[in-house]
Design a protein around this ligand. Sequence first.
Ligand code: PEP
Ligand code: MG
Length: 540
Amino acid sequence: MSSAYAVRTASPGAAVAAAWSPRRAAPRAGTAAATSASPEQVRSAFAATAAELEEMAARHRAENATAYADILDTEALIARDPAFADEVVARLGELDAESAVERVTERLAATMAALDSEELRERAGDIRQVGRAVADRLAGRLDRPPPDGAVVLLAEEVGAPDLLRYAEQVAAAVSGLGGPSSHAAIVARSLGIPFVVGAPDELLDAADGLRLLVDADAGEVVLDPSADRAARAVPAAAEPGAVQALRSLPTRTTDGVDVSVLANVASAVEARRAVAAGAAGVGLLRTELVHLAASDWPSRAEHERALRPVLEVLAGRPVTVRLLDFTNDKTPPFLSGRTSTTSSLDLLLAEPGALDAQLDAVLDTARDVDLRLLVPMVATREQLVAVRRHAAAAAARAGVGVPLVGAMLETPAAVEAVALLAAAADFFSLGTNDLTVATLGVGRTDDSVGPAQTAHADVLRLIEDAVLAAGAAGRPISVCGDAAADPGVLPLLLGAGLTVVSVAPSRLDQVRALVRATSVASAGQRLAGLLGARAGVSGG
Ligand code: PEP
Ligand code: MG
């Protein structure tokens, strides 16, 4: 019989897969019992943990992901801190080694958790992650590799390294501890992995192999879900064997409107997931996420290191690369305090060297893809004209053609200005995440707002205005905000006349299934009903 647990959402989405707890392995035979660990064994457990984290960091740095590497390096530094190991060793007389590690970890984490800054408080999780890795090592509970196929990762505290190490296989993750600003949550969102926290022990004890539905959007985990419940959250889960076949079918609504479903990515891992799931291309490559720990504007070389592995995976496909969008919760230390008063685009335009560094890197690394440039947080035509001027100069330096330049529409003012912006924009992309919070007057990290709130009439009205104005100006328009993957909103977006959507790689199958089950004509009527007297726009 299935049972359901209420959990908190740290990364949206839904997935069904087999439960797997990497740290539940029995102590390995031949491993020194924790109680008898010597000071040398304790120190070498810290050193081995640090080395493993550094090795993973180097791998991620080489592959693409500077921010992931920085997270792992932070944890490696904690493990390398001699004061941490010294304090554990000093307690070996009174406690066994594992308990000593736990006690010291808790003391350090509690100190951190009591600090004023939210960011530092979240680092308590990194300390616990390191402490747990050292304790596991001393007790011989080394991670086992996951079984074949997709898994739901379960742990008392899922860490960023868990997600990064097993990114190709983790369909979803469930943690007891942690919050939406933890490093694990940041990585999960970036990888498109549904992630929930606040899971009770009973759920974390689920046997390996048990089928779990993680419905992060509904804040629920269901053990052994019924086919109906699973299909409601993840339509493709109803017949896992048929997923592959469905991927090759056209994505056409019941009334014959073809819809192009692209992917949002920020890393090579996500790009591989997107390609494997049959994405037609990438509608949004977020370039800022890998630079969130940056201490200065990224250099051309840093951009290239981050971009090259992603774009290699996407060779031959359309890829929309967005310029750096340091906004709200995406503020690196060097811009601290500035993103609340100045838009990401104005910050970038005020640093022409930083803009050129990114444009040079993009144009050089994107030679094998069908490149489009996307400008975030656009407010005025002048901003677009300035970006176009820089893009044309960068294209000349690279000896390539000037790419199409599109504008994100993510504020009510931008939507109202579409007709004017169209003079300097080759295409538009609706950023429903920011558009929704800006329209409803709430903060981006406000827990009460999610993709579903894009169905608010005030937001839908703006979306309909944007589609009409872009159409009148002869400019293509798509949507890349998370609402495009929301089952309650997607049909309304199709009803408004949108035919290109870009969603997290983990949502591609679900979104295509929903498109195939939607009638644009009836969705348009529903939209018209929601918007009162105004007529809906039929798709096409
Ligand atoms: C958006 O605002 O909808 C969007 C796609 O941009 P981001 O989520 O990166 O702010
Ligand atoms: Mg945005």
